[in-house]
Structure formats: C-alpha cells, structure tokens
Design a binder for this molecule. Structure first.
Ligand code: SF4
Ligand code: SF4
Length: 259
C-alpha cells in the first residue's frame, strides 16, 4: 500500500498585534474544514497547541516588529518558511502601534505603564517587509476572510493569488451606494483606500476610515484638497491618515504634509 501523500505544512505566527487577523482564519466556518483537511497545521497557537519542528510550506504572519526579540524571531520564521504571507495592517504597515514612530516611545510608555522601566521595546513599530522578504501581503484591519481563503488556496495550488488592488470607490459603485462625500458631504478615505471590505462603512452612510491602507497609486494630495473643501482642518487632515495604516508610505507622507 503506497504511503499517504504528505500535506503542505501551514504555520500561523503572531507578532505585535491584537489576534484579530488570526481570528479571521478561524471565522472561515465553511472553508475551515477544507483548509484543515488540505494542510498539516504545524503551528497555530490561536487554534492548537501543535508546535512541530522543522520547516513550513506556508507561513501566515500577523503583527508588526516592536522588539529586538521579534526582529530576530521573524528572521528565523523566514528561514524556515518556503512562502511567507503577511496578514493585516500590523504586519503590512506597522499597525496602529506605529503611531509611536512619530513620537517618543518612552513618553508613551510612561503614560501607559505603572513601571515603564520594565518595558523592553524598539523605538518603532515596523512592517514585516522591513525585516525580511515577503511573498504576498494581505491588507486590512482585520483582513477579509474571502481574500485569506483565496491566498491560501493559491499558494497550495502553486499559483499567484488574485486579490484586487483598486479603491473602495469601485466597490461602492458596484453596490449602487450613494456617495457619502458627494451627497451629505461626509469625509471619506475611499478614493485612496485599498479594496477588500466590501465598502462596509459607506454602505451604512459613513465615510471610509482607510482600514485596508493605501490602494495602488493613491492620489492623496487630491483627496486632501477635497476634504479641506468639506471643512476638514489641517490638524484633522493629519489625523485621518494616522490610524491603522499610519506608517504605510502614502498615508505617512500625506499626514506629514499637514498638521
Ligand atoms: S491588523 Fe487589525 S485586526 Fe489584524 S492584528 Fe492588527 S490590529 Fe488586530
Ligand atoms: S462613499 Fe467614499 S468610497 Fe464610496 S464612492 Fe464615495 S468617496 Fe468613494
């Protein structure tokens, strides 16, 4: 009798993050059993205590690098992974914790912790791609489960994932939403934000907050002029770009033009 075929080994890693993107994988109710059947889950602390030695065919990495220990750990993960995919705003842009990059992290620690002298942290929070080579980036805070299933299936099949890079505006048009910026005059980051959420906020008459980070070739100066025309002042123009993807290049550069 032939030996059973070896399954690809999947690992899911956490760095500085809230676990929300890992939970998206557990939230793939219908697809999870198929995924679990197609791979050997070799390391995934959120779901199992398996901690297998050796190398991995696919590593999903959540979170940003904020400590020297994690900077060394991600290099080890990279060496042991055939393919490495970063998931979420923390891993792809440094996350909300990258607000420290514009400030003095020691001042932040002194405000938050009773004993800041116990805290061992880097001055910055940076994306995984600033430390190691990344094979694919999946945006969002949190990521979209359909895009996650597409990326896992694609890597298992040895093909390139298909995840669109256009703006949230296109999703809005497809859904037939009335534009909140044109009609009631609500500020919206949709024109410069990467697709993936299904235009969730505009579908409920709210402006987009930019959870998925900058789309390809975003025209942020043009959007800022629109927002200023709606009454957004210089200080708030800086702040709208300083959320989950504050250290993504296009949002960081535009925020630094205001304030
Ligand atoms: S990207 Fe958002 S949901 Fe995902 S780990 Fe970071 S903070 Fe949590
Ligand atoms: S509501 Fe926002 S995302 Fe939707 S079309 Fe208008 S500007 Fe674009």
């Amino acid at each position: 009798m032939p030996a059973p075929a070896l399954k690809p080994r999947l690992a899911v890693w956490k760095f500085a993050s809230c676990d929300g993107c890992q939970l998206t994988l557990l939230d793939c109710e219908d697809e999870l059993l198929a995924i679990a059947g197609a791979v050997e889950i070799a390391y995934f602390r959120e779901a199992t205590d398996a901690d297998l030695e050796g190398n991995f065919d696919l590593s999903l990495v959540e979170g940003s690098i904020t400590t020297a220990h994690d900077a060394a750990r991600i290099r080890d993960v990279r060496q042991r992974s055939r393919k490495l995919v970063t998931i979420g705003a923390c891993a792809t842009a440094g996350g909300i914790q990258a607000l420290r990059n514009f400030a003095d992290v020691r001042e932040y620690a002194a405000v938050v912790y009773a004993h800041p002298d116990y805290i061992r942290t880097l001055a910055t929070s940076t994306a995984i791609a600033s430390h190691v080579t990344v094979d694919w980036e999946l945006r969002g805070c949190p990521i979209d489960k359909h895009q996650l299933v597409e990326v896992i299936s694609a890597f298992l099949a040895g093909r390139k994932p298909v995840t669109p890079t256009h703006s949230v505006c296109l999703e809005c048009k497809r859904k037939g939403n009335v534009c909140v910026m044109v009609a009631p005059g609500t500020p919206c980051l949709g024109p410069v934000t990467h697709t993936g959420c299904g235009a969730l906020c505009p579908s409920y008459n709210r402006g987009c907050y930019g959870c998925y980070g900058p789309k390809e070739t975003p025209n942020t100066p043009s959007l800022s002029r629109w927002l200023a025309g709606l009454g957004v002042d210089e200080r708030d123009l800086q702040r709208v770009y300083r959320t989950f993807n504050t250290y993504a290049d296009a949002f960081r550069e535009e925020s630094e033009r205001h304030g």
